[in-house]
Design a protein around this ligand. Structure first.
Ligand code: BEZ
Length: 210
């Protein structure tokens, strides 16, 4: 059964490069990114895992805990870390789950048999402080992910969790936002003292609330 937006992110216990992890306990009330990669000692995955490590200050700035997963074993994960450091300049600084029995991969539907019947696809789950799934992305093995885009989405998720706004196409932190259509004009005027521009009655733009 697929894990979809708004669902509870299922809990699990798994071995990782940072010891045994109870997912919900490890996550606490933080935001979290749970991502799978197809296989250790493969080229695209090497670049991805180094990039996630390089972005540690960005995850921390947003209060996000990151955890990776593949169906390789702990020995493989730990040996591969040296290559990740050689290639990208960054060692793993987040736990990597060794899901050899595919327990977590099955729980989160990370193996797509028509793509590959044994390896996990490149899945990303962003999970909120309430343990609900806020974002689910799936990429094929041949395409490395853009983790700047995942940070951008987290910025939008965190903003829209706290304010009655939505973010337009290609929005970035600091740019104008869209007022929720659920607010009347009077309510919008009260909620956004900077005012708004109605490009259409249903599309009202305002400064990003802080
Ligand atoms: C890669 O990371 O390059 C990769 C992983 C699995 C299959 C194909 C490519």
């Amino acid at each position: 059964m697929a894990v979809r937006l708004g669902d509870d992110a299922p809990n699990f216990t798994a071995e990782s490069t940072e010891g045994t992890i109870d997912f919900h306990e490890w996550k606490g009330d933080s935001w979290a990114v749970l991502f799978s990669h197809p296989k250790d000692y493969t080229p695209v995955c090497t670049t991805e895992l180094g990039r996630v490590a390089e972005l540690k200050p960005e995850w921390e700035k947003r209060g996000v805990k990151v955890i990776g997963l593949s169906v390789d074993g702990l020995g493989s994960h730990k040996g591969w870390d040296g290559d990740i450091k050689d290639v990208t300049g960054h060692s793993l600084n987040y736990p990597l789950i060794a899901d050899e029995d595919r327990k977590v991969a099955d729980l989160y539907d990370m193996i797509h048999p028509n793509a590959n019947d044994t390896l996990t696809v490149r899945t990303v789950f962003v999970i909120g402080p309430d343990n609900k799934v806020k974002l689910n992305l799936t990429y094929p093995a041949s395409t490395g992910r853009n983790f700047d885009e995942i940070l951008r989405v987290i910025d939008s998720l965190q903003l829209t969790a706290n304010h009655k706004v939505a973010t337009p196409s290609d929005w970035k932190q600091g740019e104008d936002v869209i007022i929720s259509p659920a607010l009347s004009d009077d309510e919008a005027t009260a909620a956004f003292p900077a005012g708004f521009e109605a490009k259409k009655p249903y599309l009202r733009v305002t400064k990003q609330p802080s």
